[in-house]
Design a protein around this ligand. Structure first.
Ligand SMILES: [Zn+2]
Length: 136
């Protein structure tokens, strides 16, 4: 899962995946995917490692063509999605998509200091430097 590995700041650990073939709530042939595992990403505030538990769950109706998938009109249901199958599709990529979606947009520790906060506080203000020049 290269896209997931790119976000991780430590080597990617295996995820557990349970995939079941079943009928969707609308009676179509589908798959239910349940994933679970952990990933360490960079905190967007302090840039240190942040350990996240990911447990996405998703359902997919299998359609042979885009037209069929469009007609499915699955928008109201957030959990069920349509995938274009023809005869084959990439299950690993599908799982990777779900894991990527489960990562917050800007992951952060509950409490941490922004990187460089103390340096910025110690640094003299540019206006102080200007004042110095004027006096000089
Ligand atoms: Zn942090």
């Amino acid at each position: 899962m290269p896209r997931l590995a790119e976000l991780a700041v430590t080597p990617l650990q295996p995820f557990e995946a349970r995939v079941a073939g079943l009928r969707s709530p609308r009676g179509k042939i589908g798959l239910e995917v349940r994933l679970s595992g952990r990933i360490t990403v960079a905190c967007q505030r302090c840039l240190q490692g942040l350990d996240l538990a990911l447990q996405p769950r998703a359902g997919f109706e299998l359609e042979h063509s885009e037209a069929q998938a469009d007609a499915a009109g699955l928008d109201e249901d957030e959990v069920w999605d349509a995938v274009m199958g023809s005869d084959r599709f990439d299950l690993i990529a599908l799982c990777e998509d779900e894991l990527l979606l489960a990562i917050p947009y800007a992951p952060m520790h509950e409490a941490c200091e922004p990187v460089g906060a103390t340096e910025a506080g110690d640094r003299a203000s540019p206006f102080a430097a200007l004042e110095k020049l004027k006096r000089g």
